[in-house]
Design a protein around this ligand. Structure first.
Ligand SMILES: Cc1ncc(COP(=O)(O)OP(=O)(O)O)c(N)n1
Ligand SMILES: Cc1nc(C(=O)O)sc1CCOP(=O)(O)O
Ligand SMILES: [Mg+2]
Length: 286
């Protein structure tokens, strides 16, 4: 049995014990077993980027063992400020943008080389390797967007897939239990399915209008985040789409463990400062 916290829809967390939180669905919400904890969202988010468990274990994974509460806590601790990025998003060299973003306090990184003028072939792989090296140097988990084969080739820390990508079950099967699987969800139904398929975290969006994704779904605000939390699902999740330092607070307030951003950091003249300001907004729910 593990113990964990769930968002009760009123900006409070309740604790409960459970056998397998990751498989919780609408119909099998665990019983509440102890009093409401008056912990606030900003207290719950660890802005240092997690607990002290930053070292890779014997299998080379940053993750605590599969199925443990420690694993879920660890993944949640990486959610606060998630940078998603490829060369097309950057005003400066992507390596420099990533270094600066890390200096500013990002907690997780996703390589998403997509869109017009995206690198391909050897250049695509080489940039991935360089960005992965930077992440390794700073103990920031390196996630690959969409491309399972690249993730396997690089021994990346995980893969993020959407509803139109390879199925999450397949990604989990190929990556095994020691890697992170992130899945995009646009409804409670998709969230429940993703959890059943083995997702470690969810990306929910677009929260606000975005110009970084041509095929983005209609804007939904924080509605889906609220629905997921009200249903009792406690899986780590981030909001994504059009988020910046001045509109990040409601995303956290309404139940997300963090925000995922592209342009708020990559298009900033000073990416480190942009990341710092975002981090502060998340912490203080400004
Ligand atoms: C953290 C995070 N959340 C959502 C997405 C979007 O994934 P997807 O819907 O597959 O779209 P693409 O990014 O592949 O265009 C994401 N990448 N990261
Ligand atoms: C990659 C991505 N996924 C989205 C989703 O809604 O799933 S929105 C998005 C783009 C996010 O970029 P920006 O922070 O610049 O708006
Ligand atoms: Mg995708």
């Amino acid at each position: 049995m593990n113990s964990s916290l769930f968002f009760d829809g009123a900006n409070r967390y309740r604790s409960f014990t459970h056998d397998n939180e990751q498989r919780a669905t609408d119909g099998d919400r665990p019983d509440v077993q102890s009093d409401i904890q008056s912990e606030t969202q900003s207290q719950r988010i660890d802005l240092a980027g997690g607990d002290s468990t930053h070292e890779r274990n014997a299998t080379g994974s940053l993750l605590p063992a599969n199925g443990t509460a420690a694993r879920i806590d660890w993944i949640r601790s990486r959610m606060p400020l998630y940078l998603v990025m490829g060369s097309v998003n950057c005003r400066q060299a992507p390596d420099q943008v990533l270094e600066q973003a890390i200096a500013g306090g990002i907690t997780l990184f996703q390589y998403r080389e997509k869109g017009k003028q995206a690198l391909c072939g050897q250049e695509y792989v080489e940039l991935a390797r360089r960005l992965q090296d930077i992440c390794h140097k700073h103990q920031i988990p390196f996630i690959v967007n969409d491309d399972l084969e690249l993730a396997l080739e690089l021994d990346a820390d995980g893969v993020h897939v959407g509803q139109n990508d390879e199925p999450a079950e397949w990604i989990r099967q190929r990556l095994g239990p020691n890697k992170i699987v992130g899945v995009s969800a646009h409804s409670l139904k998709e969230a429940s399915r993703a959890i059943a398929a083995g997702a470690d975290y969810l990306g929910i969006g677009p929260i606000y209008p975005t110009s970084s994704k041509d095929d983005a779904e209609p804007v939904r605000g924080t509605e889906v985040i609220q629905q997921v939390r009200r249903s009792g699902l406690t899986i780590p999740l981030v909001g994504i789409g059009g988020i910046h330092e001045h509109n990040a607070a409601p995303v956290i307030h309404d139940g997300a463990d963090g925000v995922a951003v592209i342009s708020a950091i990559t298009a900033a003249a000073a990416p480190a400062e942009a990341a710092k300001h975002l981090k502060k907004a998340i912490a203080q729910r400004l």
